[in-house]
Design a protein around this ligand. Structure first.
Ligand SMILES: [Zn+2]
Length: 685
């Protein structure tokens, strides 16, 4: 196919006159044609740069021709933001021409490109650019490339601004949101109470929630407070295991700890640590082989993760019963944790990063994994008067050790401090020092440019708090930024509804992550989005959740490719297809859609449930979610699949973008199939 270009397109881009000049510099960190030599600023390659020999100022570069050239634009690409530890940011420089013209220019902080325009074209035999001042001294100053052009039509442009996080003080917190409104609304709470009365699975689910919550009503507040770690304490996965027998004691909330033996862990062989031979002052026990065993760090992680779970269960118990005792206890745990959250910034010390970063035990993007259930529980009790009581924080702070905390002394994670004042309420403390602190951490990490699952975590963490507290910046960032949920969908989900990575397991994990964007976005409301944002209206989004598991099934086997292990299983094939994963997604599609789409997904649910949706719900793993969102599904028969889905599950299917052809034939016990591949293998990264 031929494409006709508009005539103007053929016009040559202005020639860079530097390409036929001699260049020299006041100094250089290697010979002229070496790695950091002056020729590197005139080689047209943005991957190379010139570096000065040292930090002394002024430094200059000079561009010289045999004959005078005519030009009006000098474009300077500064080397600074790529390596700010080593290269100073330019502040003020001067341009001098051989005809005597002299101009001074100021550079903004972090500005990478300066297009210096002369008022009219000049003729000159040489140009000298002299750097006079930098923002902060570093080892070198550098230039990526220099361009000198005759550009009367102004075709040389500034680069597009890069999306960057706003500083925390510029984030507006508007408040005024109804509650609950992040993952459920008041209408959903009414539905949950109805389901708990009218369905068997609903009754059972409510009982389980109340039983789990009741456990946390035991003990007094003062008894629980003894377990609260100090600010900046050690947290750990506990990777190294038992120093005596090498067996594991579990990780985080799943560690083998007990309220009856505070500060200790127990390995699977029964060793309780620390003990007299393996002491731990809070920063870990260093074994003879040099490895560190974090007993107390694992205990601290266990406490914070157990309490997170408590807050979540107590919140749901409050939503289902209105019993203030649940809200009171959830508010207590939240307030206690919020008194050390903004200070506990290291994440797990045994996570490979230096210095470690995070909140409590969770490193980096994992901060969102715990922030989201904190938000869920908090939102459910937000209207309770239990949150108007005075916060523990001012009192607790008086008892905390003074000076640098353990994290700063032992692993070099910089200490941070939350806000505190006499008379602050629990709500003040939780809003500021847990919710807003965690959300800003997530938000500020969501501009790295990656669109991977870790990025999705950062986005959803900030989004949840944005919808909770009325912070438009976090909501708009999730739907409008270059790294939004729509950018993730467009880049990571292909036209066949498949995830771009080859690994089937990570593809399902990604779907679960994106699903957590749907409810907060739908529940948001402001002038810009009066009806919120409905991801289920997006074709690509819906396709991503339509039977992703069963469409990759051939005669009972998951397609064996990518990083799957060998599949030796004997399976008696059957036409009665079921996938718990697909069932969960079908419930979300049914709850999230309206009209003909909703009817399509009602059919899908009845198909997967063999006609008995209530029975399938009783066996579903996500019954807490179902309690709030499941409406009766009309009809009792087991229908066939919609035609397009039937072909993808039982017939043959060609997935052009992924380079897969799935061939199926026969039915029941005679079912057979083959996979043909020509596409790429994109492993998890
Ligand atoms: Zn052991």
């Amino acid at each position: 196919m031929w494409i006709a270009l508009p005539a103007g397109h053929a016009q040559a881009f202005p020639e860079n006159l530097v390409s036929r000049a001699r260049v020299s510099a006041s100094s250089q960190a290697s010979p002229a044609d070496g790695k950091y030599g002056v020729l590197r600023l005139a080689d047209g390659n943005r991957a190379t740069h010139w570096a000065s020999a040292n930090k002394a100022l002024p430094q200059w570069i000079r561009i010289e021709w045999d004959q005078a050239q005519e030009f009006d634009t000098i474009s300077l690409q500064i080397y600074h933001t790529q390596a700010r530890n080593l290269y100073a940011g330019w502040k003020r420089f001067e341009v001098e021409l051989s005809d005597g013209t002299k101009r001074a220019y100021t550079v903004q902080p972090d500005q990478d490109v300066v297009n210096a325009r002369l008022e009219k074209p000049c003729r000159a035999k040489w140009v000298q650019i002299t750097l006079l001042e930098v923002y902060e001294e570093r080892t070198y100053v550098g230039v990526d490339e220099v361009g000198i052009y005759l550009d009367p039509e102004r075709r040389i442009r500034e680069p597009k601004p890069i999306a960057r996080a706003l500083p925390r003080e510029a984030i507006r917190v508007l408040g005024g949101r109804p509650h609950p409104s992040v993952y459920v609304t008041a209408a959903d709470v009414a539905r949950a109470r109805r389901n708990a009365e009218q369905t068997e699975w609903g009754r059972q689910t409510k009982q389980e929630i109340l039983a789990a919550a009741d456990k946390w009503l035991e003990r007094t507040e003062e008894e629980w407070l003894r377990f609260l770690p100090p600010p900046g304490a050690c947290y750990a996965y506990g990777f190294t295991g038992c120093p005596i027998c090498r067996s594991s004691w579990g990780t985080w909330g799943g560690a083998r700890c007990s309220w009856d033996r505070p500060g200790t862990v127990q390995c699977t062989q029964g060793h309780i640590l620390p003990d007299a031979k393996h002491p731990d002052d809070g920063s870990g026990y260093k074994g003879p082989d040099g490895r560190v065993h974090y007993f107390v760090g694992s205990w601290n992680a266990w406490v914070t993760e157990q309490w997170l779970n408590a807050i979540n269960r107590l919140g749901h118990a409050y939503a289902l019963t209105g019993d203030e005792r649940y809200a009171e206890r959830a508010a207590f745990f939240l307030d206690a944790l919020a008194s050390i959250y903004a200070e506990s910034t290291s994440g797990s010390w045994d996570y490979p990063s230096s210095p470690p970063s995070g909140r409590f035990a969770r490193p980096w993007y994992q901060v969102a994994r715990t922030l989201v259930p904190f938000v869920e529980g908090y939102d459910l009790i937000y209207t309770s008067k239990a949150l108007n009581k005075p916060s523990l924080r001012p009192r607790l702070e008086k008892g905390f050790p003074k000076g640098p905390t353990l994290q700063q002394r032992a692993v070099g994670t910089a200490d941070a401090h939350g806000k505190s004042w006499e008379g602050m309420t629990r709500r003040d403390n939780i809003d500021l020092n847990l919710m807003q602190d965690g959300a800003y951490y997530c938000y500020s990490h969501s501009f790295s440019g990656g669109l991977h699952n870790g990025h999705a975590d950062y986005m959803r963490g900030a989004l949840a708090v944005g919808v909770l507290l009325g912070i438009p910046t976090y909501v708009y960032n999730a739907v409008e930024s270059p790294y939004s949920i729509y950018a993730m969908l467009a880049n990571n989900c292909d036209r066949d509804g498949r995830y771009y990575e080859t690994a089937l397991g990570y593809a399902i994990h990604c779907r679960n992550l994106y699903l957590t964007f749907t409810e907060p976005l739908r529940h948001w409301s402001d002038e810009r989005y009066p009806k919120g944002v409905n991801l289920f209206a997006n074709d690509r989004f819906r396709a991503f959740y339509e039977l992703p598991d069963l469409t990759m099934d051939v005669a009972g086997h998951a397609l064996n490719y990518g990083d799957c292990g060998p599949d030796h299983a004997f399976i008696f094939p059957s036409d009665a297809k079921f996938s718990g994963t697909d069932y969960t997604f079908a419930e979300h599609l049914y709850a999230g859609c309206t009209g003909a789409e909703r009817e399509r997904f009602a059919r899908l649910l009845r198909y997967l449930a063999g006609g008995d949706v209530e029975r399938a719900r009783a066996a579903a793993p996500n019954r807490t979610w179902l309690l709030y969102h499941a409406d009766p599904v009309p009809g009792a028969e087991a229908p066939s699949l919609p035609e397009d889905l039937h072909r993808k599950v039982f017939g043959s299917w060609f997935l052009g973008q992924k380079g897969l052809a799935i061939l199926r034939d026969g039915s029941g016990a005679e079912a057979q199939g083959a996979l043909v591949r020509f596409g790429p293998s994109l492993n998890h990264g």
